[in-house]
Design a protein around this ligand. Structure first.
Ligand code: GPU
Length: 755
């Protein structure tokens, strides 16, 4: 017995039934912290440091209770006292430490690393306000600081602190830690977040997320990805990155020495995985520490570092492959700039004339991925197709030199959060049919035996209906949004970016709107839900949000259409919103331009929760299709080879597609008078011009096929039992996409941690 009432009395002098959600949350937070603080850390000679600019961990209460085996008991005690975990969790603030798939992947990985009993911690920064809190005003995206630290958190302040020597001053760090208990493991790892005491929220301008970018001592850990569209923004990002990795490197070396390393053998004690290029400065920083603090000569320091660092690439988008002017790095940390110059000279000597693999280019720009590939021992992509594109196209020049460094690690998701905690009814359905072994091995294929079991299918259908009901209640309670709980729930949730093609779905909405106007009424009403943030400096992405919000309002006000079609844009989309949306979805939109989405992980979460996927041949969608079979998924669109060729030959012409009979009216509608009543002409005209003249991410190229496949999907939804049968097949084949499988592969091929 946990005796929550005794704890409530001791803490608040009241029984549970008289406490607010925030008070009950505090009782449970303290209970879990007591337990995990007392648990031993995973052990092992070699330790992994997973360094990442983001950790999108989500709320932790349910997940921690689940992993500690306390979930059912707490749920029962709360129920006996007239409340529930879902209600209590409303009082928990979601940590604002991440932004997208890369950050969520890091969070799933921490859960799996702990669950597999491996010795590995996450290392990052403790952002006080995260990216930003998104809200909508006049159908536009607006910003406010996300004040998650104002609420009780899972952070433990440690007594670990390091000095980080920038060129012009030195800063002292403070380390905060969050316990990461594995599922049924009895041990913990940690997420270690560095901060500094001098950070000052007062410098943020009232009612905005703007602040003085030059005031490093006060701004360093205020925000994740501060605007870098000017030089001061660039410098701030370099300050942040160096602060993160200098702390991480000092921590890793100190702990290795404590475990017995003599530094020469550091690689036997430490492996560092860098999550994309943001932590790449850890390479010159290790070399700096080894040479200046630990007395190792330069050549050996390079060799040691090379055996410690491994790199994961998450994108082929040029804009996301980080490059910094050497002069900026020199301004922030001259010593690191000098080491980079020395590393570049070695590359030059080894591969004379091979400009494609240079670290510093002719314009004195430093290519971070080049440092990571030359001076790390491993580079991996995040889905099979993505890794092939890296090897054959994007990073081909490196692949030619170092074929042995390349490997694929298809992403995965933790089933603890994305099924057991967020969809307890489905989880119970599975337990009742195939037992609980899948909790350990993620193998759900025994469910296939129920493919034609009508009772099971009806049960599954009922669970989806319940989750839709819960979503409808949630949207109503939190935002006053009313959706038809019996409508088809069709969802696209992810960062807003042209390559993900939210604008293509918006064009389909225009198509459907006109169809309904013309009297083609859908058999079942349709609710299309978007969620996601646009980078504040990304104008077209903000224009796309505006288009969708304007369309949503137009349709809402059109009494001919509103009963059959609703468009919802969920503001401030985050992990907690995803936990409502994904279990409720019938349709998963995975419609990126082929070759551009490195993997996707939302696609896996929808599949696991029984949504059917509309997909392009991109990222991990390709592997999802292989696992579920093409009868159980809806592919469309050009192949990645075709797209790669079009770019190589500069051969895409949006005008050609724009002029097609079915497409032109849809695109023209963006600048119609009807829509203008809800829109801002400047934004809509800019978007129209972009789509018709540039359309860099080719929204028009697949649009006709997309319309056809969407019509097919909606019509096939009408056979509920067959739809649910295919939903079951999707769930049954999701096992491959468990992050435990991914982490086992990382460990076997890259990390070699014992357990
Ligand atoms: N991704 Br690079 C991000 O979320 N942020 C980034 O800065 C970069 C990549 C995503 C990819 O877009 C997505 O395809 C992938 O599934 C995810 O990383 C995790 O690998």
């Amino acid at each position: 017995m946990l005796n929550l009432n005794e704890r409530a009395q001791a803490q608040f002098e009241k029984p549970i039934s008289e406490l607010s959600n925030a008070e009950i949350y505090k009782v449970l937070l303290d209970l879990v912290q007591e337990k995990t603080n007392a648990m031993p850390a995973n052990q092992g000679k070699r330790k992994l440091y997973y360094i990442s600019a983001e950790f999108l961990i989500g709320k932790l209460l349910s997940n921690n209770l689940l992993n500690l085996g306390l979930y059912d008991e707490v749920a029962a005690e709360l129920k006996a006292n007239g409340t529930s975990l879902a209600e209590v969790e409303e009082a928990e603030a979601e940590p604002s430490l991440g932004n997208g798939g890369l950050g969520r992947l890091a969070a799933c990985f921490l859960d799996s690393i702990a669950t597999l009993g491996l010795n590995g911690d996450g290392v990052g920064l403790n952002y006080h306000f995260g990216l930003f809190r998104q809200y909508f005003e006049n159908n536009e995206q607006s910003y406010e600081p996300d004040e998650w630290l104002d609420h009780p958190t899972w952070l433990n302040k440690s007594d670990i602190s390091y000095q980080v020597p920038f060129g012009k001053f030195t800063l002292n760090s403070t380390l905060y830690e969050i316990n990461v208990p594995g599922y049924n493991q009895g041990t913990i790892n940690k997420l270690r977040l560095f901060d500094l005491d001098s950070v000052n929220p007062e410098i943020i301008e009232e009612g905005s997320i703007d602040f003085d970018k030059t005031d490093i001592k006060e701004n360093l850990t205020l925000f994740l990805y501060p605007d870098d569209s000017d030089r001061n923004g660039n410098l701030l990002r370099i300050y942040q990155q160096y602060f993160m990795v200098s702390n991480a490197a000092q921590l890793a070396i100190q702990e290795a020495i404590e475990r017995g390393s003599n530094i020469h053998d550091l690689a036997d004690y430490v492996v560092i995985q860098i999550n994309d290029t943001h932590p790449t400065f850890v390479i010159p920083e290790l070399i700096r520490l080894l040479t200046t603090v630990h007395g190792i000569d330069f050549d050996e320091a390079v060799e040691i570092t090379q055996n410690v660092v491994a790199f994961t690439n998450h994108t082929i988008l040029a804009e996301a492959l980080e490059k910094w002017p050497l002069s900026d790095i020199h301004e922030v940390v001259p010593e690191i700039a000098e080491i980079i110059v020395a590393l570049d000279e070695r590359v030059d000597a080894a591969f004379p004339g091979n400009a494609a693999v240079a670290i510093i280019d002719k314009r004195d720009t430093v290519h971070m991925a080049s440092i990571a590939i030359h001076y790390g021992f491993s580079i991996n992509g995040v889905a099979a197709l993505h890794t092939e594109i890296l090897k054959n196209n994007e990073l081909n020049h490196f692949y030619e030199i170092y074929p042995e460094k390349f490997s694929n690690k298809t992403n995965g998701i933790t089933f603890r959060r994305w099924l057991m905690a967020s969809n307890p009814e489905l989880s119970q359905f599975i337990d009742d049919r195939i037992g609980t072994r899948w909790h350990e091995d993620a193998d759900l294929t025994d469910l296939l035996a129920f493919e034609n079991d009508e009772e099971a299918l009806l049960d599954l259908l009922r669970i989806k209906e319940n989750n839709k009901e819960a979503l409808a209640d949630h949207l109503h309670r939190t935002r006053g949004i009313v959706i038809d709980r019996h409508s088809i729930i069709d969802v696209q949730i992810k960062r807003i970016h042209e390559y993900k093609r939210q604008q293509m779905l918006a064009l389909y909405i225009i198509y459907k709107y006109h169809q309904i106007k013309a009297g083609h009424i859908p058999a079942t009403p349709i609710t299309i839900i978007f969620g996601g943030k646009a980078a504040p400096a990304y104008t077209i992405a903000k224009d796309i949000i505006h288009l969708i919000l304007a369309l949503s309002e137009l349709i809402e006000n059109d009494l001919d259409v509103a009963p059959y079609l609703k468009v919802v844009f969920v503001d401030n989309y985050n992990v907690s919103e995803a936990e409502y949306l994904i279990p409720a979805a019938n349709i998963s939109e995975q419609i990126s331009l082929a070759s551009k989405e490195a993997s996707g992980t939302g696609n896996m979460k929808f599949m696991l929760n029984g949504a059917l996927t509309i997909m392009t041949w991109d990222g991990a969608n390709v592997e999802i299709a292989e696992h579920v079979g093409e009868e159980n998924i809806y592919p469309f669109g050009k192949s990645s080879e075709e797209i790669v060729d079009l770019y190589a030959n500069n051969a895409y012409d949006p005008q050609y597609y724009y002029k097609q009979e079915r497409i032109k009216p849809l695109v023209d509608f963006i600048i119609s008078d009807e829509l203008a009543a809800y829109g801002i002409p400047e934004r809509l005209h800019r978007l129209y011009k972009d789509i018709t003249n540039k359309d860099y991410f080719m929204a028009l190229i697949d649009l006709e096929e997309f319309i056809d496949v969407k019509e097919k999907v909606y019509s096939e939804y009408e056979d509920r039992l067959d739809w649910t049968r295919r939903s079951l097949i999707n769930i049954a084949n999701a096992g491959f996409f468990s992050a435990d499988r991914t982490i086992e592969e990382y460990n076997k091929d890259i990390w070699h941690l014992e357990n």
